[in-house]
Ligand binder design. Structure first.
Ligand SMILES: Nc1ncnc2c1ncn2[C@@H]1O[C@H](COP(=O)(O)OP(=O)(O)OP(=O)(O)O)[C@@H](O)[C@H]1O
Length: 232
């Protein structure tokens, strides 16, 4: 096996058959380099979520190789999984904020679980909240926020550990179209400073607007893989 330092994600002939017998992935081979911004698109049932679950090591392939950020996920031991996941920033469609914690605490919590010192938390959380434009909402509870604001908190939480890779699974699925643009724009800004971004989406308008690499999945295969217009 050759590990290239510039590769963030490597799938080699990845197949996934669920115990039900469904063939969700039928031989996916793709490479995403560090620093790329990639949209993953495809019809419902095409295999996008299964692909994301492979990236997070929530599912293992039936065959084929999955490498993420230098880790061979096929060989990863169970006790290594939490450490691996902490190297990623993950954003989901349904935000997944802790409802009993305010905005500040939701973001701080991601640092507390990794035993970051209090004085560093006090410095880092306001900085990240300022990046997503939510300093003035630090004391608000999630239920007091709009969908777009909740997703920005989720993004702040994903960013606070300074991950090299952000995985966003339909991050705009539950927010208004005009706010969706803002979320992808933030991901775009984060990407510009070097973070790799992989975003699953159904929204063709967004994909059109941002003109990045687009990988289309159909029936568990890569149907097309188009480089960003204007090139890298
Ligand atoms: N845990 C599971 N057990 C059995 N089959 C599954 C499981 N998860 C997904 N599938 C099946 O695998 C196929 C791919 O599903 P997947 O969720 O990856 O698609 P998707 O592209 O993410 O769809 P959507 O856009 O609707 O979320 C589908 O046929 C689905 O029914």
């Amino acid at each position: 096996m050759v590990v290239y330092w510039f590769i963030m994600i490597n799938f080699t002939d990845v197949k996934k058959v669920y115990p039900s017998g469904t063939h969700a992935l039928n031989g996916i081979t793709l490479r995403i380099e560090k620093g790329e911004f990639v949209f993953i698109v495809g019809a419902s049932g095409a295999g996008k979520s299964t692909l994301i679950k492979m990236l997070l090591r929530e599912e293992v392939p039936s065959s084929g190789l999955v490498e993420v950020n230098g880790y061979n996920l096929n060989k990863m031991r169970r006790r290594q999984i939490p450490y691996f996941r902490r190297s990623l920033g993950v954003v989901f469609q349904d935000f997944r904020l802790i409802p009993t914690m305010n905005v500040y605490e939701n973001v701080a919590f991601a640092l507390r679980v990794t035993n970051v010192a209090n004085r560093d938390i006090k410095r880092r959380v306001p900085y990240i909240l300022s990046l997503v434009g939510l300093v003035h909402k630090a004391k608000s509870m999630p239920e007091q926020l709009s969908g777009g604001e909740q997703q920005r908190v989720a993004l702040a939480r994903a960013l606070v550990n300074n991950p090299q890779l952000i995985i966003a699974d339909e991050p705009t699925g539950n927010i208004d179209p005009e706010l969706s643009f803002e979320i992808v724009d933030l991901l775009n800004e984060i990407n510009k400073v070097g973070t790799t971004v992989v975003m699953v989406t159904h929204e063709h308008d967004l994909v059109q607007q941002f003109q990045r690499r687009v990988i289309t999945i159909e029936q568990g295969r890569v149907l097309s893989d188009t480089a960003a217009l204007g090139g890298f």
